[in-house]
Design a protein around this ligand. Sequence first.
Ligand code: OFO
Length: 176
Amino acid sequence: MLSAKVSAALNKQIELEAASSQYYLSMASWGETQGLNGVSTFLYEHADEERMHMLKLIKFVNERGGHGIVPSLKQPPVTFKSVKAVFEEILKHEIMVTNEINNLVETTLKEKDYTTHNFLQWYVSEQIEEEALARQIVDKLKLIGDDKSGLYFFDRDLESMAAKTKGQMDKAKGQR
Ligand code: OFO
């Protein structure tokens, strides 16, 4: 059984994962309107991945006798300055999410909830990957600068990265 504190903290994380999904979905839609098919495919996948993070939490909370609450969400930004600005935002956002996961882990230790602590280790590893990936993409974009053909190849690269993410997501779904 979850304590009131752990339950509230997990529901806060559910909200954050949902907001992340919504945010990336908005970025994906913007990318599509800019003719950036690779960028938008990658971001649509990323939005789905965040939704999966949310679902995993909802199911866990319910399994442990709590109630996973589906949150209402604020409208995310709808336009972005550039592709680089989008990925810099993602990196910033993921660093914030990592901090929130760490706070959540700390709450479970204070509450001596070792089951939830164990469950959250998946999120701890996932955040390492998400931050590393966002950092890698921002670095690539810095190298490309204003080079239009560089951006064209970058967009194509992201399309194949999206296919990889989809594969990982399907695997994670299978493990749920
Ligand atoms: Fe859920 O990992 Fe990003 O936000």
